[in-house]
Design a protein around this ligand. Structure first.
Ligand SMILES: Cc1ncc(CN)c(N)n1
Length: 217
């Protein structure tokens, strides 16, 4: 049985490497990322997750098996609740800017478009990098950092490098692989395009946070 995720993971390796080398991630890893940049990111991430949660539920509802639907509904409440709690560690109930950055708007709108207007398989492929890339980055930082005792961003790193997140990522990946196994050649191509686009949007999200992206007008 072929493994769809392993193939697209290889095809998008260059995006993952670009994320690993991005100053947002290198400075997060060595603990020197400016506080205002991280807070900008957390703020935008809170806005992103509020929409992503709905997208997970929408994909889940379209799935054929009730266990798959249940998984995505649980993820929409469970994982997102963990991430929201993580945000509070850093934001400390500070009032959030309610305006999504252009990139945040682009990423959430892209997912909503694919999920609502395209096939279930493409929707599944589009939501997957949000799981897999964060796990990869969490694992990567945990493996390469040498400051676990005094990195101000350690709670963030531990969340995405942790086993609870890993289990959830593995389940999501297994569901997407299952649908890919039964998909036509055209659908497989569309799935790959959606996975690539969402992976690029992950890179863009960190880049936009690093530059504290604003609406130009
Ligand atoms: C933009 C983004 N992508 C992914 C994740 C991990 N759920 C996140 N918190 N934010």
């Amino acid at each position: 049985m072929s493994n769809w995720y392993n193939k697209v993971r290889q095809d998008t390796n260059y995006i993952l490497e670009a994320i690993q080398k991005h100053p947002f991630i290198t400075q997060l890893m060595d603990g020197t990322l400016p506080d205002d940049v991280f807070r900008f990111y957390i703020n935008q991430d809170a806005l992103y997750l509020a929409e992503y949660k709905k997208n997970l539920a929408a994909v889940g509802i379209k799935c054929n098996k009730s266990s798959e639907t249940q998984y995505f509904l649980d993820a929409a409440t469970g994982i997102i609740a963990v991430e929201n709690a993580l945000h509070q560690v850093f934001l400390k109930n500070e009032i959030l800017d309610k305006e999504p950055s252009p990139t945040c708007e682009l990423y959430t709108s892209y997912l909503t478009k694919i999920i609502n207007n395209h096939s279930l398989e493409e929707g599944l492929a589009a939501i997957l990098p949000c799981f897999t890339i964060y796990k990869e980055i969490g694992d990567y930082i945990l493996k390469h950092q040498n400051n676990k005792d005094n990195n101000p961003y350690q709670d963030w790193i531990n969340t995405y490098g942790g086993t609870a997140f890993e289990e959830s990522v593995n389940k999501a990946t297994a569901i997407v692989n299952k649908y890919a196994n039964n998909a036509s050649e055209t659908i497989l191509q569309n799935m790959e395009q959606a996975f690539i686009k969402a992976s690029k949007l992950e890179w863009l999200f960190w880049d936009s946070a690093y530059n504290k992206e604003q609406w130009k007008i």
